[in-house]
Design a binder for this molecule. Structure first.
Ligand SMILES: Nc1ncnc2c1ncn2[C@@H]1O[C@H](COP(=O)(O)OP(=O)(O)OP(=O)(O)O)[C@@H](O)[C@H]1O
Ligand SMILES: [Mg+2]
Length: 277
């Protein structure tokens, strides 16, 4: 069977470079009359085809940042551009349509639809972006198999799944429409090492095929997959650690800035120490 996962050309610099540009973004929540400034004057650029990772303390606003960058929530102030589109300029309907085609989102709280089977949860998203049912079903099944969701599990309903199974389904659902940008909010938070690896391998593969990945994680080993790790604290990006492209497993080559996982780990842990993580 030919792979349907990896159909894009590798990323090249285009007019949509960077694919995400956030300028002077602030996000304030008001609850019981108290204002909480979660993001303050945040600037951020993510290059097309980049694999970027966001780390930072719990409550720092990482999920909020992903919601704002993906158009799921509006910033209080500032501008967000994704794939050459100022998302604040879109009507709610146009924004929904835009997100269907350009953004995939893995939620920290998994959010599958309880009334639909596992396969139908994935198809519900895939068919919004691609009307060719046969093609979407093939892609959905292939992606589900890649993360260890077998055919019997594909017929189950979300209430019957383990936490880890539900999380793997949620990852596939975010990838099925082949979005320009995959926003992944702690996508391996509930997974053992085998399935963490399967999910991370899948994200690395779609990234190698040209899709941009922006992942939040608390896990240093997962973060090593990224080209660059950004540290969010006190409402803004306080530093970044450039790791460069990671070589495919076991195939370390000279083009990588820091090809060797142990050297990447040393660099990243040094950076996280500096950031006070
Ligand atoms: N809808 C909301 N209304 C009010 N406060 C909110 C809302 N969403 C988030 N917050 C607050 O914003 C802050 C940042 O939350 P956020 O979920 O972005 O943090 P996080 O960095 O993702 O944390 P974690 O690592 O624990 O997932 C928290 O103090 C949270 O209570
Ligand atoms: Mg979060």
């Amino acid at each position: 069977m030919t792979s349907t996962v990896n159909r894009r050309q590798p990323a090249t610099a285009t007019t949509s470079d960077p694919v995400i540009l956030a300028s002077n973004v602030s996000k304030t929540f008001a609850h019981e009359g108290v204002q909480q400034h979660v993001l303050t004057n945040l600037d951020l650029a993510i290059r097309t085809g980049e694999y970027a990772v966001v780390m930072g303390p719990s409550g720092a606003g990482k999920s909020t940042l992903l919601h704002v960058l993906s158009g799921m929530d509006a910033p209080t102030l500032g501008r967000v551009r994704v794939s050459d589109t100022e998302i604040a300029d879109l009507s709610p309907r146009a924004l929904t349509e835009f997100r269907r085609h350009h953004c995939g989102f893995v939620f920290q709280q998994i959010q599958l639809l309880d009334a639909l089977s596992v396969l139908d949860n994935v198809l519900a998203v895939g068919l919004l972006a691609d009307r060719n049912r046969r093609r979407v079903v093939t892609r959905a099944r292939e992606l589900l198999a890649r993360v260890g969701i077998d055919e019997a599990t594909q017929r189950k309903f979300p209430g019957m799944l383990s936490g880890g199974e539900a999380q793997r389904v949620a990852v596939v659902r975010a990838l099925v429409n082949e979005p320009d940008v995959v926003f992944a909010d702690e996508p391996t938070g509930q997974l053992n090492s085998e399935f963490s690896r399967a999910v991370l391998d899948l994200l690395s593969q779609v990234n190698a095929g040209g899709q941009t990945v922006l992942m939040v994680t608390h896990d240093v080993r997962s973060a090593l997959r990224g080209d660059r790790v950004l540290y969010l604290r006190d409402g803004a990006i306080r530093g970044e650690c450039v790791l460069g492209r990671r070589a495919p497993s076991g195939n370390h080559t000279a083009y990588d800035l820091v090809a060797d996982d142990e050297r990447r780990l040393t660099r990243l842990t040094g950076f996280l120490d500096e950031m006070g993580w």
